[in-house]
Design a protein around this ligand. Structure first.
Ligand SMILES: Nc1ncnc2c1ncn2[C@@H]1O[C@H](COP(=O)(O)OP(=O)(O)OP(=O)(O)O)[C@@H](O)[C@H]1O
Length: 257
């Protein structure tokens, strides 16, 4: 039997923030080309885990990006392979939308080199994919929260990284653009991109291939979104205040009143 290629692996990862232990011995493996959603209650450590995988926090333990130790990688190489969409990302409001998305191409450009035709083509494709193309000449400060999120998603896509990490990518998106996002993730995984996203909306998170369920700084379950064991784990971390059901071939999470 052939062993699947692992995009990211964490081995006994511990994180402390401001002297407080936040992640306690995380062991996880993410198969390349799949979409995993991370869910759990407020304060469970989801955003911290995502930051750790982006190499943004000091940790105790080991993290591998494909076969390389993440922390030992050259910054540029890491930036080419890992793309990051954080929560409440700050950008200068004066920046043109086009230029914001072009920032995603930086890991591929030489120092002070002008973007080439390929960079322009990638930025155009990303802006069109998130339906942000019409705003390309506007400054990002003039956009609504959801419009801005679509521009930042375009920037993350423009990196064309093998692994994409997204923290609350659906924040501020209206339902049609949430569905667009689902379709974009499907396109990315079809091209063998690995997508890992923190999602609060359990119903959306259940569209992923796999799920990591967290509670109090620990992983309590990792499994396929279609598995009953995954559903039970999600219901348990939310104190059984939600129930997962099948509806028209999809999984939905409904409040238990
Ligand atoms: N900079 C920090 N200093 C100290 N503690 C922090 C810091 N950032 C986060 N924490 C704590 O770490 C824990 C995990 O936070 P994290 O943001 O990872 O949780 P989360 O699961 O993403 O939560 P939410 O669903 O509310 O976004 C929380 O208890 C939080 O208070």
């Amino acid at each position: 039997m052939h062993t699947p290629l692992m995009a990211l692996q964490l081995r006994d990862v511990h994180v402390s923030l401001a002297g407080q232990a936040v992640l306690h011995g995380i062991d996880l493996s993410f198969v390349a080309g799949r979409w995993t959603s991370i869910v759990g209650p407020n304060g469970a450590g989801k955003s911290t885990l995502l930051k750790v995988m982006a190499g943004l926090l000091p940790v105790r333990g080991r993290i591998f990006l494909f076969d390389q130790e993440l922390m030992a990688m050259d910054r540029k190489q890491r930036a080419q392979q890992l793309s990051w969409l954080g929560q409440n990302e700050s950008t200068s409001d004066d920046l043109r939308v086009w230029d914001v998305v072009m920032l995603g191409r930086m890991p591929h450009q030489d120092w002070l080199a002008a973007p080439n035709a390929h960079d322009h083509a990638v930025v155009e494709t990303a802006l069109k994919a998130t339906q942000a193309w019409d705003w390309r000449e506007r400054s990002i400060g003039q956009l609504s929260g959801g419009e801005r999120q679509r521009v930042l998603l375009a920037r993350a896509m423009a990196v064309q990284a093998q692994v994409m990490l997204m923290d609350e990518p659906l924040a501020n998106l209206d339902p049609p653009h949430q569905v667009d996002w689902l379709e974009q993730v499907r396109c990315l995984t079809a091209q063998n991109t690995t997508v890992i996203s923190v999602l609060h909306e359990v119903g959306m998170a259940l569209h992923a291939d796999d799920m990591v369920v967290m509670q109090a700084g620990r992983v309590v379950h990792q499994g396929a979104c279609a598995d009953a064991a995954t559903h039970r784990a999600v219901e348990a971390v939310f104190d059984k205040r939600i129930a997962i059901h099948s509806l028209d071939g999809q999984w939905v999470a409904v409040p238990k009143l």
